[in-house]
Design a binder for this molecule. Structure first.
Ligand code: FDP
Length: 280
């Protein structure tokens, strides 16, 4: 596991450099920003693939950028699923983005997720690693990730980060989101899963939701690359992660790119979601 974390750290430093120097090209041309984002996504994917390929214990990798998993080493036992640059459409407006990693034992299913990691590329670069029941925060300082602290969620938070398009939400979902705001919860939503969940984790709690809706019945966020890794982090930090009615890590994955509705939060907010969704 140590070698994997070190490979992730090296990848993060190289991805940050790519984000910093990449010519975003604030051009008027219609397709230029789209193409630039795609290149940065692919560049990040190649960096991670290369760094993980040096780690003998990694059997197979699966990337959000690739259709199929890739076998690296028959003798390895870890299966790593990653989203190389989540929220990459936010790079050209200079908002924070991130990389997400799920480290599975032997196969890509939620119940085999052993450890999770994410990196936030913001004004600073931070890394969060969840393993063996603890969630640790590291800060990049002069080329090294320095340990900062453990992350623990409170029983109840103050942040509400509602994803998806409101016009497609179920009426009971909208009523629930509105009721959190009516109780004083504050809206915090950048449109990047990594910074949005990082904020909830570091500010002690709250709710992030990306529900199933009429336009996307199974939500938008990918199980293996996004939902499961953050679910493990929230659980190890003292919170919970559900799809509305069940724990997301108990869900089956038929295809590596399967999505799932998801709710991440501290215990109080998830109890409310379970109550609302249980009645609808
Ligand atoms: P993006 O498409 O920009 O990569 O992974 C998908 C994601 O970003 C998440 O980071 C983010 O939480 C979500 O999409 C935002 O989706 P909406 O714009 O539909 O809220």
């Amino acid at each position: 596991m140590k070698e994997i974390l070190e490979a992730i750290e090296r990848s993060a430093i190289r991805i940050k450099r790519a984000i910093d120097v990449k010519d975003i090209g604030y051009s008027q041309e219609q397709n230029s920003s789209g193409e630039t984002q795609l290149q940065l996504d692919i560049q990040s994917d190649l960096i991670i693939e290369e760094e993980l390929s040096h780690v003998a214990s990694v059997h197979t990798i699966a990337s959000e950028e690739k259709e199929l998993p890739m076998l690296l080493n028959e003798a390895g036992h870890y299966f790593i699923a990653f989203d190389p640059l989540d929220g990459s459409s936010l790079v050209d407006v200079n908002l924070s983005v991130g990389s997400i990693f799920g480290i599975y034992e032997g196969e890509f299913i939620g119940s085999k997720l052993l450890a999770s990691c994410y990196v936030v590329y913001g004004p600073r670069v931070e890394l969060v690693f969840a393993y063996e029941g603890t969630v640790k925060l590291y800060l990049l300082q002069e080329g090294e990730f320095e340990y900062v602290k453990e992350i623990h969620l409170g029983e109840k938070g103050k942040i509400n980060a509602p994803g998806g398009t409101q016009q497609f939400w179920a009426p009971y979902h909208k009523a629930m989101i509105d009721s959190f705001f009516a109780q004083g919860y504050r809206l915090r939503y950048s449109g990047g899963m990594v910074p949005d969940l990082h904020q909830i984790l570091l500010k002690g709690g709250g709710l992030f939701s990306y529900p199933g809706a009429t336009d996307k019945p199974e939500g938008k966020l990918r199980q293996l690359f996004e939902v499961f890794p953050f679910a493990l982090i929230f659980e190890m930090a003292g919170g919970q992660a559900i799809d509305g009615t069940i724990r997301v890590l108990d869900k089956n994955t038929a295809h590596i790119h399967d999505t799932s509705p998801c709710f991440f939060g501290s215990k109080h907010e998830i109890t409310v979601v379970l109550d609302v969704y249980g009645r609808n």
